[in-house]
Design a protein around this ligand. Sequence first.
Ligand SMILES: Nc1ncnc2c1ncn2[C@@H]1O[C@H](COP(=O)(O)OP(=O)(O)O)[C@@H](O)[C@H]1O
Ligand SMILES: [Mg+2]
Length: 332
Amino acid sequence: MKDDPKIITVKALSRSFGTLKAVDSISFDVKEGEIFGLLGPNGAGKTTTIKMLTTLLKPSSGTASVAGFDISKEQNSIRKSIGIVFQDPSLDEELTGRENLEFHAILYNIGKEERAKRIGEVLKLIELEDKADILVKNYSGGMKRRLEIGRGLIHEPKVLFLDEPTLGLDAQTRRHIWDYIRKLNELKNVTVILTTHYIEEADYLAGRVAFIDHGRIVALGTPIALKNKMGGDVVSVRTINSADALEMYLKALKWVKATARHDEYLDLTVEEGEKKIPDIVKLAEKHKIAVESISLHKPSLEDVFIHYTGKGIREEAAEGWKGRMRAVHMRR
Ligand SMILES: Nc1ncnc2c1ncn2[C@@H]1O[C@H](COP(=O)(O)OP(=O)(O)O)[C@@H](O)[C@H]1O
Ligand SMILES: [Mg+2]
């Protein structure tokens, strides 16, 4: 997709609230037809970015164009070219699913016949045909989200913005939503820009992902390229109050490519991690550092995030990743 035209161009875009730089000079492009992910923890500036790109919020400085239009000068043209699904639900609960779609189509001046046709298509795409005439208040969380995504597609936008599309949904429903997002991207050829703080979501969906932290983009690339850049396995060592000391000793070794601290863990990037574990244990013993556990895993996007920011993306992620590791517990 190297030569695909750019549908979004962002240059040094910033937004402050008082003294807080919520978005701090970010620049990136989105190519036509791609799914682009903005991944970052709560408060990173994701929603503020989306609000600027969808013309709901004025930038403090910088420029951006969406579907060929300038966000500061051509708001109306942009609004016609995009669909938005926000973090907070905005459906009318007292209407049916079909009525919600109908209402949106009328807002966009879509004529009666065309309306019926598109609503039928969208209901099919989001697999809500048989639930279309039930009041939304009786929908499950996943059905509501599907309907919102469907609604965002009714006026056939070129770009669909999804702000935390699976926030608060259970794991299984989340996976279904991912499949709908992929499907509509493929079938409708709509460019998708989504924000998330779920690492697996960005990993699964995004062709390219930008990591955002404190309003700045700290890394950008395809998930595979970002992981490969880590250049090795990650060995996580948990000590009792001695991570600083151990980091100092290990940093001095040639084969330790990088170190990172997160919570009480010391993460080391090394090649052939399984072969290095005995050496790490010996070194700790030599310096009388008690090692509580050592584990090894192949780099994940979480590791990439830790590498660039020195912290995990969220508490749950820190819990989750313990489960994914091939743990090698040490006897002490
Ligand atoms: N309207 C506002 N007024 C003041 N501060 C805001 C406003 N909107 C967002 N912020 C602050 O800007 C930062 C980025 O927020 P946001 O873009 O919502 O982050 P994210 O969507 O990544 O969680 C946060 O510190 C947030 O508290
Ligand atoms: Mg947000």
